[in-house]
Design a protein around this ligand. Structure first.
Ligand SMILES: *Cc1c(COP(=O)(O)O)cnc(C)c1O
Length: 431
C-alpha cells in the first residue's frame, strides 16, 4: 500500500516510511491510496471470528506485505490484550467501553499497535534510533508512554500543557522512566502541538529521526477502526441500523470509524460530539472552517481548536459538504450540559460516564431523534477514574481505584519544564 500526502506536494511512500516519518515533507497528513471493501462473507460471518481475526482482516490491506502476516498477527494480539464490551445504558443506547486497557483509555489501541510496528521496522537498525515526539492534551501521553515503554531503538518525548491534565494522567506519563521523557510546557495543548509540528519540519533536528505518535501517524490512527467492527459483531443480531457518536478532539477516532464504513461496515450515521471547542460543529452549520485557539474544559482530552484529522475526513467525502452531511453530524456541548448529562445517566440508568463519554451521549441522543429505528452507540473513551476530580463530586460517589491506576499513584513525577521551541530543541540534544 502506498500513502500520499493530503497536501499533494510530496512523494508517495510505503507504510513503513509513513509510520517512520509521521508527517509528509510538505506538512501534509498521509492517506492510503486505496480502500478496498471487505467481502460480504466477512460481514456475514463476523460473529464467528475472534477480535484478532477481525482486526487482521481489517488492517491487512493497509500494511500490505511490509510486515509478514505472522508478525502482524502477533502485533495485533499484543495490541488487543483486553475487552471491548458494549454495555447497555438505556433502551436502544449502548456505551462501547474502550477503556479496559493498560492506561484505561482508547488510545492504548493505537499506541500499542504503532509502537510494535516501529519496533519491527527498527529491529535490524542497530545504531539508528527513532525519537517519538508527541503532544498530549491528556490521554495520548499515558497511552504512548505505556505502549512504547522499553521498545528497542525508540526514545519517547512527550509534551503536555502544565496544569491542564489530571493528576492521574500526569503520573501516567511522568513516572515510567527508561526511554520515556516528559516535558511540561508553560502553555496550552495547541502550543505543545505547534512545537511538535515545527520540530518535524526542522532540518537541524533530522539526525533524531523524529516521528509522531499522535493520530496524525497512520499506525496510531488506523487501528482505531477495529472496535467499530467489534461493536457491530456484538450488536449485529438485533438487526438494526447503527449510529455511532464519538467524543471528538483531533477527530482521529471518528475518522477511523469512517474508514471502517468505507470497508463495508454497515454504519448508518456518525456523530462527532465536541465540548465548546466547536470548530467542526460550526463548519457543519456554515461550511466555513475557522479554527480557534482551544479552550480548557472538563473533557480536556478534546480541548483541540484545530482538529488535525478533519482533513482526512473531508478527503473521504471529496470535500462535498452535502454528501458529508448525509453520514455525519457534529454537535457541541458546554461543561454545564456535560455535568448534567453525567448526573442524569447515573440517576436514571445507574451508569457512570466520565465527561468525554457524556459529551458523546448527548450528541447521540440528539441525532437518534432522526433515526427512530436505530441503535445508538457512544464511545466511552476513558475510565471514569481518569477524571475522578470531575466524576466524584458531580455524582457524589467514590470510585474504587483500578489496579492499572494504583500502580502509578505512588511513583514520583519526573518532568522538565519548558516554555519555548528553543528549549525543546536543546532538550532533544540531551536525549
Ligand atoms: C483523545 C481522546 C478523545 C478524542 O479523540 P480524537 O481521536 O482526538 O478525536 C476523546 N476522549 C478521550 C478520553 C481521549 O483521550
Amino acid at each position: 500500500m502506498k500513502y500520499y500526502s493530503l497536501n499533494h506536494n510530496a512523494p508517495k511512500v510505503s507504510f513503513e516510511e509513513a509510520v517512520i516519518q509521521g508527517l509528509a515533507t510538505d506538512k501534509g497528513l498521509y492517506f492510503p491510496e486505496s480502500i478496498t471493501p471487505l467481502s460480504k462473507e466477512f460481514f456475514e460471518n463476523i460473529e464467528n471470528l475472534s477480535n484478532e481475526e477481525i482486526a487482521f482482516e481489517a488492517i491487512q490491506q493497509f500494511v500490505g506485505d511490509e510486515i509478514p502476516a505472522e508478525t502482524l498477527k502477533q502485533i495485533i494480539a499484543e495490541t488487543l490484550c483486553f475487552e471491548f464490551p458494549t454495555e447497555k445504558v438505556e433502551e436502544g443506547i449502548y456505551a462501547l467501553e474502550l477503556y479496559h486497557g493498560p492506561t484505561m483509555a482508547f488510545k492504548d489501541v493505537g499506541a500499542r499497535f504503532m509502537s510494535r510496528c516501529l519496533g519491527y521496522f527498527n529491529k535490524d537498525k542497530k545504531d539508528n534510533k527513532n525519537t517519538v515526539l508527541v503532544a498530549t492534551s491528556g490521554d495520548t501521553g499515558g497511552a504512548v508512554a505505556s505502549g512504547f515503554l522499553g521498545v528497542q531503538g525508540v526514545e519517547v518525548v512527550i509534551l503536555y500543557p502544565s496544569g491542564k491534565v489530571s493528576d492521574i494522567q500526569e503520573r501516567q506519563l511522568t513516572t515510567l522512566g527508561q526511554n520515556i521523557k516528559a516535558l511540561e510546557v508553560d502553555g496550552v495543548f495547541d502550543d505543545c502541538q505547534d512545537m511538535v509540528k515545527k520540530a518535524f519540519l526542522d532540518e537541524s533536528l533530522a539526525h533524531h529521526n523524529l516521528t509522531s505518535a499522535n493520530s496524525i501517524n497512520i499506525a496510531r490512527w488506523l487501528p482505531q477502526m477495529f472496535y467499530f467492527f467489534f461493536a457491530y459483531k456484538q450488536l449485529k443480531s438485533q438487526n438494526k441500523p447503527l449510529v455511532f457518536s464519538c467524543p471528538s478532539g483531533n477527530f482521529g477516532n471518528i475518522c477511523a470509524g469512517i474508514i471502517a464504513k468505507k470497508l463495508g461496515l454497515p454504519i448508518e450515521h456518525f456523530v462527532a460530539s465536541t465540548n465548546v471547542n466547536d470548530t467542526v460543529p460550526r463548519f457543519m452549520e456554515n461550511g466555513n472552517y475557522d479554527p480557534k485557539p482551544s479552550k480548557a474544559t472538563i473533557s480536556n482530552a478534546m480541548d483541540v481548536g484545530n482538529p488535525s484529522n478533519f482533513i482526512r475526513i473531508q478527503e473521504m467525502y471529496n470535500n462535498d459538504l452535502e454528501l458529508f452531511k448525509k453520514d455525519f453530524s457534529s454537535f457541541s456541548y458546554t461543561d454545564a450540559e456535560t455535568l448534567e448529562a453525567m448526573q442524569s445517566i447515573y440517576k436514571t440508568d445507574g451508569y457512570i460516564a466520565e465527561p468525554h463519554g457524556a459529551v458523546g451521549y448527548l450528541g447521540l441522543k440528539k441525532e437518534l431523534k432522526n433515526h427512530p429505528n436505530a441503535i445508538g452507540i457512544f464511545l466511552e473513551t476513558a475510565h471514569p477514574i481518569k477524571f475522578l476530580d470531575v466524576v466524584e463530586p458531580a455524582l457524589n460517589i467514590q470510585l474504587p481505584i483500578p489496579t492499572q491506576i494504583e500502580s502509578v499513584l505512588n511513583k514520583e513525577k519526573v518532568s522538565v519544564k519548558i516554555k519555548t521551541y528553543e528549549e525543546l530543541k536543546a532538550f532533544l540534544e540531551t536525549v
